[in-house]
Design a binder for this molecule. Structure first.
Ligand code: FAD
Length: 815
């Protein structure tokens, strides 16, 4: 048997090696128009970035080594120019000598790959600094150009796999890089909110991002890149990475049938068709040049990735050897490194499912890759799309660090073996603290899917919640007030999980009204939902992925990273302190920063070392809102290092004895209108950055009473007093026109109509905004009010505290 193979890299070399193992006697000839065979295309960007230093390492096999081991006649620099299928022979041009010759075959395998798209862009022909990356010669060309021309700035057009990998590697070699991408996101295999995590990582590492804008032209011989939106970017070089197109010239010339986008259509055995749809039993095609069957729905598409080419190289050889092969489908499982992030995915994303009109449920989970108490744990953001009824998994995406791709591999395996979302909780996966948790992140996806299926809650998504809240939906954020202060969804109400049971009276009375719950990642929201389920609430939505996913969705690349300076650290303030918060997940690093800064003086600097990938973006905003200065922010060996100088400059204009940042309100009245007024003022002052303290004394204490009756020990007078006074903010009378409670009910109705918060809501929001509420213990004693009767989250103090607090305030009100 004489077998010819066109293309000597992923698919071709695999097929040749397998054929030899199956047919010791066959004559196998492998043609490769390039100089190298069986090289590591996937490693090329890393040679440019100096991660792979030795060029020899890019060649997995040399021509000599391959020929010897597999007894294959390898002909490099030999291009197959024609296929005569009728006479079963090919025409070959020897590119070394220019000689043209013919070679006959019994079987012919084409694995010609795909080439980079190079559109006809204005000015491109006048450039000598625009490159594409496909093979080893391209790689050397780029590397030589960088070295010989002292390249300082580069533009990468296209934010796909190769574009993002090139951007990282150019940046790692000290070049300023900007990615220009026509879509609003890089890495189209991801959904937008997941891609935002990649945008964050690119920004934090100093890669410029121009999204939603394409390339229009090159000017100044390639020294200027002009975008469709008119941006002009000065550059020393450009890498064009806008996609690949199948290498199909040979196939076209041989009248082989092509699909809509120019890929070869093949049978289940990889035989090609002629233009009339007749199968050619002797000609096969594999790899990037063919259409493959989508594991999602059996439709045809193209996945130019190495797994398919390698797999097909093996099974086509098996088929030629007479083995029955199983129909091969491809889900598009992929992974890439983006600086310190691992970005992995499998199957379809939302965009594809929507295009195909496939109904799906989307869930997010953020889980640590391994036990939080074991050093260097980091978060993995996971997303899974599946059919709620059958459990069929359509696709999954994961972004994190160590162990991220493992989770996608598990999901991809489950999908391949027709497992469902409801099988995930029962997967027995490896566990020891350095590797995972006893509930692996993949198990968690299964638990979430089960809870949804069991009707425990419904899901609401990051891109829906704003509209829901704007239309009056009640979104409860059950994180701690400090977490809430560090960032929350506009319009959400903070009610900490641990206080939820005591504040049920603050929730709507109707158990059927929709209730939206969120927390940092969805887990505490789930606990809250279980409490509410127990109380009969049955129309509850969990914001999937919680504030973490919402925040990623809303991310705007604004962080300007300071370049890694050889000179070491940035100029520091008086004292320097360092905290290592590696392994802590958001908001852990911010809370630790907050605590550490509280223990330092104004002007001191704090170095914070974190591994949480959101930290880079968070710290900048956090510093701004809290009056500190972010002196430096850099990413280094998988860690984000922020240098923060404790703020306090705003106090410079304030007289020494009067801290105008403070405001004090004494709430003496127990009248609805007066307490409302005090809450509005308190919230307003807090919003202006003032530290507000409210002292509730005498009748004002009634506003802090719980709505429900609390069993406490009281004497007869205290009992009587308690019964006569209004119990809680909902029952306060108006100071005028109360009309036996009618006036109070009327004003509440008007407030509701005009979307003004009720008094209990105002109290909650004021607390969430950081207003300190203190009940006067002396008045409590006089009136027989016990601590258990008052709402959570308040402090207790006597007059001394009030007086000392009042010494340095700028505003004092007595209501
Ligand atoms: C920079 C880069 C990084 C990548 N990274 C990854 C990754 O991380 N993961 C992943 O899964 N995939 C990656 N890929 C994609 C992966 O390399 C391809 O999917 C895979 O190589 C396809 O195999 P193939 O055999 O179809 O084509 P190729 O491996 O491209 O081989 C085709 C060969 O055929 C030769 N040829 C074409 N026409 C003729 C002819 N007429 N005569 C003789 N020879 C001919 C070509 O010169 C070429 O060498 C990467 C690709 C590139 C370029």
């Amino acid at each position: 048997m004489k077998i010819l193979i066109v293309g000597g890299v992923a698919g071709g070399a695999t097929a040749a090696a397998r054929l030899r193992r199956l047919f010791e006697d066959a004559q196998i000839v492998m043609f490769e128009k390039d100089e190298y065979i069986s090289y590591a295309n996937c490693g090329l960007p890393y040679y440019i970035g100096d991660v792979i230093k030795d060029k020899q390492k890019l060649q997995v096999q040399t021509v000599g080594g391959f020929s010897k081991r597999f007894n294959v006649d390898v002909r490099t620099k030999n291009e197959v120019t024609e296929i005569d299928r009728k006479n079963r022979e090919v025409t070959v041009k020897d590119l070394n000598t220019g000689k043209v010759y013919k070679e006959s075959y019994d079987k012919l395998i084409m694995s010609c790959g795909a080439k980079p798209v190079k559109p006809n862009i204005t000015g491109l022909n006048e450039t000598d600094n625009v490159f594409v990356l496909r093979n080893i010669p391209d790689t050397y060309q780029i590397k030589d150009y960088i070295v010989n021309n002292g390249v300082k700035k580069a533009v990468v057009i296209g934010g796909g796999f190769i574009g993002v990998e090139m951007a990282e590697n150019l940046k790692e070699s000290g070049i300023d890089v900007t990615i220009v991408e026509k879509l609003p996101q890089v890495l189209r295999q991801l959904d937008y909110e997941m891609a935002q995590l990649v945008h964050q990582e690119l920004s934090v590492n100093g890669v410029g991002l121009i999204l939603g804008d394409g390339i229009a032209a090159f000017a100044d011989k390639g020294k200027t890149v002009i975008t469709e939106n008119g941006k002009k970017i000065t550059t020393d070089m450009t890498v064009l990475a806008i996609g690949v197109t199948p290498e199909n010239t040979l196939a076209k010339g041989a009248s082989i049938k092509l699909g809509a986008r120019g890929h070869i259509e093949v049978t289940d055995n990889f035989n090609v068709y002629d233009e009339n749809g007749n199968v050619d039993d002797n000609v096969f095609a594999i790899g990037d040049m063919i259409e493959v069957t989508n594991a999602l729905d059996g439709s045809e598409y193209a996945v130019p990735l190495a797994w398919g080419a390698n797999r097909q190289g093996r099974i086509v050889a098996d088929y030629i050897n007479g083995k029955k092969i199983k129909k091969s489908t491809i889900a598009g499982t992929s992974v890439l490194k983006v600086f310190d992030l691992v970005v992995a995915s499998t199957g379809a994303n939302e965009t594809i499912l929507k295009q195909k009109n496939i109904a799906f449920t989307a869930i997010h989970a953020h889980r640590a890759n391994h036990a939080g108490y074991y050093p260097n744990s980091s978060n993995i953001a996971l997303k899974m799309l599946y059919d709620q009824k059958s459990g069929k998994i359509f696709g999954a995406q994961a972004i994190g660090r160590e162990g991220t791709e493992k989770r996608i591999d598990v999901l991809s395996t489950v999908m391949r073996l027709n497992g469902t979302a409801y099988d995930l909780s029962d997967l027995e996966l490896c566990y020891a603290p350095p590797f995972s948790s006893a509930k692996d992140p993949v198990n968690i996806l299964g638990y979430i899917a089960e809870d949804i299926s069991d009707g425990v809650y419904k899901t609401v998504h990051h891109d829906e919640i704003d509209e829901i809240v704007n239309k009056g939906g009640l979104l409860l954020d059950v994180r701690t007030p400090l977490e809430y202060d560090n960032g929350h969804i506009e319009g959400s109400v903070n009610l900490e999980l641990d206080n939820l049971r005591n504040n049920i009276d603050k929730l709507p009375k109707s158990k059927e009204a929709p209730l939206y719950i969120t927390c940092q990642v969805g887990q505490r929201a789930y606990y809250a939902i279980r409490i509410l389920n127990g109380l009969g609430y049955n129309n509850i939505y969990n914001l999937t992925g919680g504030y973490s996913t919402y925040k990623a969705y809303k991310y705007k690349p604004t962080v300007k990273m300071v370049e890694n300076k050889d000179g070491g650290d940035t100029q520091m303030g008086n004292n320097m302190k360092e905290i290592d918060v590696t392994g802590l997940q958001c908001p852990g690093p911010l809370m630790a920063t907050y605590k550490a800064l509280n223990e330092t003086a104004v002007g001191d600097t704090l170095k914070v070392i974190a591994t949480d990938s959101g930290f880079g973006a968070d710290i900048e905003n956090w510093c701004k809102t809290n009056g500190h200065t972010l002196l430096d922010m850099k990413a280094e060996k998988g860690k984000y290092i922020a240098t923060v100088q404790k703020g306090g400059k705003e106090k410079n204009n304030v007289s020494e004895n009067c801290d105008q940042k403070n405001a004090s309100i004494v709430v003496f009245s127990g009248n609805l209108d007066k307490v409302l007024a005090s809450m509005i003022i308190a919230q307003g002052a807090a919003a202006q950055g003032k530290d507000v303290t409210m002292f509730f004394t005498f009748w004002g204490l009634n506003a802090l009473r719980k709505n429900n009756r609390v069993k406490v020990k009281k004497n007869a007078v205290e009992k009587m007093f308690g019964a006569m006074m209004p119990r809680g903010a909902n029952r306060l009378p108006l100071s005028n026109m109360n009309m036996a409670g009618m006036g109070s009910a009327m004003i509440k109705g008007i407030m509701k109509k005009k979307h003004v918060d009720s008094l209990p809501e105002m109290i909650m929001k004021a607390q969430a905004a950081g207003v300190k509420m203190i009940a006067c213990t002396m008045s409590m004693d006089l009136m027989g009010i016990k601590k258990e009767e008052l709402i959570d989250g308040i402090g207790y103090a006597g007059v001394a505290t009030y007086i000392s607090h009042n010494e340095n305030v700028g505003t004092t009100l007595f209501i």
